[in-house]
Design a protein around this ligand. Sequence first.
Ligand SMILES: CC(=O)SCCNC(=O)CCNC(=O)[C@H](O)C(C)(C)COP(=O)(O)OP(=O)(O)OC[C@H]1O[C@@H](n2cnc3c(N)ncnc32)[C@H](O)[C@@H]1OP(=O)(O)O
Length: 434
Amino acid sequence: MSFDDAPIDPISADRLEQAGLELRLVDRADTAAFEAWLQADSRGFHGPADEPERLAEVREHAPSRRVTGVYDAQGLIDEPVGTTQSWVAPLTLPGGAAVPLWSIASVTVAPTHRRRGIARALLESELRTAAAEGVPIAGLTASETVLYGRYGFGVATIGENTEIETKRVRWTGPDAPGRTRFVDPAALLPDALAIIDRARAVQPGGIRYDDFMVGLATGLYGRDRAQVRTVRYDDAEGVPQGFASYTLTGNPADFTKHLVTVRWLVGATDEATAALWRFLLELDLVATVRAIERPVDEPVNWQLGDLRAAKRTPKDRLWLRILDLPAVLEARRYAAPATIALEVDDPLEFAAGRFLLEAGSDGIGRVKPLAGEVPQGAASLALPISELSATVLGGIAPTTLARAGRITERTPGAALTLERTFAAERTPWLMLEF
Ligand SMILES: CC(=O)SCCNC(=O)CCNC(=O)[C@H](O)C(C)(C)COP(=O)(O)OP(=O)(O)OC[C@H]1O[C@@H](n2cnc3c(N)ncnc32)[C@H](O)[C@@H]1OP(=O)(O)O
């Protein structure tokens, strides 16, 4: 289902109009308007002014999105001073069910127009539009961590930036029975999409990626595609089970110390993930392998033969924002039965109120509004929507947030009850930044 033409949010449009600005959808079929938007998006992140060839590639291959611009009536009317784009993709929850995620990216405001409330208008507009369209949760990856808590987003998954000193590695993982081979990115694409689908189905925090995003991460598209190398792992039966894309940087001072930067590594099986890591770690003339935002529970750390060969730096990855609390909490599965009263504060009012979650021993949860007293024996907590959104995938510990003063226990031990009930089968991870 496409939401690309969902109407512009009137509240944000009015607010911007009062400041002499116009909020409008960008018609991708209007080449000049869309290319001006793409250039503004790139400049907003201090990227290059793109060549016509690159703009044509995006116009031709990028999937349809809801593309929004803010225009200054006083300025060049076709050059946006604010940008954003959004689309809906399934998000895997603990237990394997998926909910539609309103995914937000390309939030930029021109330096000439910063700190006048344009980003706030854009973000609120995205959230109101998502809620109006019945999408229960929104998500994004952030350039800066200080930006999105104010709109009710919380950090739901952590990724670890990992740097491995390969000369210290003595592989202690299993020997893979399959084969790793170089593949052309165009030939890889259908296999990659199938591998990602199988991997994300069992990965809380996993989302679906479209062809263009996969192609950008694997060297099929993008400004630097010639630098990207791509390998695929096939199991002993010849079934493609994983792939990795990477770039190499030479070291002019020492030819044995090349740097490998992993673009993306996805395994549908642990065997494939291990085989691909081993391939990268045993490349000749390489001293360092760097990978961005890997899972916290990445098995490779226990296959290096030297835990200190890897330096791991945690970073916030997927930010989530619950809009429809009953829809999200009833979609996920629960690790332990419990009755939990939630008193939720929401600055934008989408999910504010008191709720009772009843998680059964079958893992299914039911949510209803809580009007009167908290039932006898129920765990009871008060928390902002950002903290509930952070904990919903089971990756951020409610007991830690309670100790940090972000969650208030109304009954003793309520945060631990929430933690045990919300626990996920594996640590949530967003497989690729968007
Ligand atoms: C999902 C994504 O796309 S992440 C990418 C975000 N974009 C970027 O990093 C690109 C470079 N930066 C920018 O384009 C802009 O500076 C933006 C988008 C971050 C902010 O745009 P602005 O229009 O200046 O923000 P706006 O005036 O609406 O401020 C909204 C709130 O955020 C705060 N804020 C904005 N930028 C920052 C910042 N860099 N650091 C801390 N607070 C900030 C403001 O103080 C304001 O707070 P309040 O409403 O609670 O009082």
